[in-house]
Design a protein around this ligand. Structure first.
Ligand code: NAD
Length: 485
């Protein structure tokens, strides 16, 4: 059992103001595997005050970027030393298959931190620009105190997408883990404590929605960094607009994978399927709409069906498992509701559609492939967030691009082709923030984020750092040559 009774606030372990607890249940067994205190608004006030103090009076914002990078590197090394424990913990709390938990959650998280430590060392936080009446020093200063609102689907990695650039920038942060998955955040807190991070730079306070919204609205917060549902993102964006807070929103997706006629199916399917079903289908970048030409439709349907059927469902802690359970009972109900909606709309189930035999405990659903799907159906338009794929036919390439773009979302997409240059041409026509040609990838040096309802702003790359910086222009006389920091 992983039982925690305090919050990490101001560099200390602090008792909660209230008495509520959040029980963490294994999605694979529904057994309670841990508990943490459920923060109240008073706890959040305390965390914001600590982050405010650390920003307004602490050393972190004025340390050199290289000094901050040294602390970040130490945090990354300590997390790396705990990779195996973290991998198991994340599989336990949210059901990610062990191998994906290790690479997609833990190793990716430390790699993002390493990337931002490296960027902090080389980034020009001050630049000199010659002008007409005067010269300018363009300074990039930390944005202030950040509220990091984290979803349950990739908790440590998504925390690091915010914490990495915030730390590099010199900002301070209150992290609110999702109530389903707070356990890994306690390991992060222990590591931050052991690596000499100044008090209050990072505060970790698990809570539900209402207290999360209190954090978002808090006067002491300068910027909100949110990942989660589009519905919650709209609400948080509205609050940020009203209060003129800086905001980054990473929301849902309904990405289309276009299989062109020159693609070699035997090469495509083993790469596309993990991209489509990753994290038990609970990934914003999952390639859940698969587009095949009418001429090859049956061939693609057959190849996909065979691969989906072979996808190994089971205990997330078993390294052979490819698909674990959904995070919670309500998530399974939601996914099963979509499967029913697909059937009602006239799509045909080629594989799955039910619950896997022999897995009577936990929130499992069969990896499911719908064929004969029209892009206007609910299953092709809404984010299901489960292992449910839709195979959609197209006539020619223009129609494929049109279908890919016929979505409220615009997060990711992919094209599978024998000609990479041609794939890049297709990528140029699809309105999404990231695009993959013949591979499953997410490059940490390039910006990540959404067009349309998939979000506002970018994480990763230098653009992700700039989301935690305010620009300041200082004009100096023409004959003055300043020393830059
Ligand atoms: P959610 O968006 O409601 O919750 C995500 C995080 O935001 C949690 O920490 C939650 O406590 C917090 N939150 C929610 N509303 C808030 C508010 N008004 N103010 C402050 N914090 C708030 O997601 P959910 O209910 O856990 O899942 C519902 C659906 O959202 C899923 O089925 C899935 O479709 C989608 N989802 C998408 C992503 C993604 O990465 N795109 C991640 C998680 C969930």
């Amino acid at each position: 059992m992983h039982v925690h009774e305090k919050f990490f606030i101001g560099g200390e372990w602090v008792s909660p103001a209230g008495t509520g607890t959040l029980e963490v249940r294994s999605p694979a067994t529904d057994e309670v595997v841990g508990s943490v205190p459920d923060a109240t608004s008073a706890d959040m006030d305390r965390a914001v005050a600590a982050a405010r103090e650390a920003f307004d009076h602490g050393p972190w914002p004025t340390m050199t970027p290289a000094e901050r990078a040294d602390v970040m590197t130490a945090v990354s090394a300590e997390l790396q030393a705990r990779t195996e424990d973290l991998t198991k913990l994340i599989s336990l709390e949210m059901g990610a298959p062990y191998i994906f938990s290790m690479f997609g959650h833990v190793i990716s998280a430390t790699a993002v931190l390493d990337y931002y430590a490296g960027l902090a060392r080389e980034y020009a936080f001050e630049e000199y620009r010659p002008g007409m009446l005067g010269n300018s020093i363009v300074r990039k200063e930390p944005v202030g105190v950040v509220a990091g609102i984290i979803p349950w689907n990739v908790p440590l990695f998504i925390t690091m997408l915010k914490l990495g650039p915030a730390l590099a920038a010199g900002a301070t942060m209150v992290v609110k883990p999702a109530p389903e998955t707070p356990l890994d955040a306690y390991v992060l807190a222990e590591v931050l404590e052991s690596c000499g991070l100044p008090p209050g730079v990072v505060n970790i306070v698990p809570a539900g929605r209402e207290v999360g919204e209190h954090l978002v609205r808090h006067d002491g917060i300068d910027k909100i960094a949110f990942t989660g549902s589009t519905a919650a993102g709209r609400k948080i964006g509205a609050i940020a607009g009203e209060q003129l807070k800086r905001v980054t929103l990473e929301l849902g997706g309904k990405s289309a994978a276009i299989i062109l006629d020159d693609a070699v199916l035997d090469e495509v399917v083993p790469q596309l399927l993990p991209a489509a079903l990753m994290n038990n289908g609970q990934a914003c970048v999952a390639q859940t709409r698969i587009l095949a030409s009418r001429g090859r439709y049956d061939e693609v349907a057959e190849a996909l069906a065979e691969a989906v059927r072979a996808f190994k469902v089971g205990d997330p802690l078993d390294p052979a498992t490819e698909c674990g359970p959904l995070v919670a009972e309500r998530q399974r109900e939601r996914v099963e509701g979509y499967i029913e909606a697909g059937k009602q709309a006239g799509a045909r189930i080629a594989v799955g559609g039910g619950r896997p035999a022999g897995l009577d405990r936990g929130w499992y659903v069969d990896p499911t492939l719908f064929v004969d799907v029209d892009n206007s159906m609910v299953i092709a338009q809404e984010e299901i967030f489960g292992p449910v794929l839709s195979l959609i036919p197209y006539g020619d390439e223009d129609e494929a691009v049109r279908i890919a773009n016929d979505s409220d979302y615009g997060l990711s997409g992919s094209v599978w082709t024998g000609d990479v240059d041609h794939g890049v041409d297709i990528a140029r026509k699809v309105r999404t923030g990231t695009y993959q040609v013949n591979l499953l990838d997410m490059e940490f040096g390039a910006p990540f984020g959404g067009f349309k309802s998939s979000g506002v702003g970018r994480e990763l790359g230098p653009e992700g750092l700039e989301a935690y910086l305010e620009h300041k222009s200082i004009y100096v006389p023409l004959d003055h040559q300043p020393t830059l920091r």
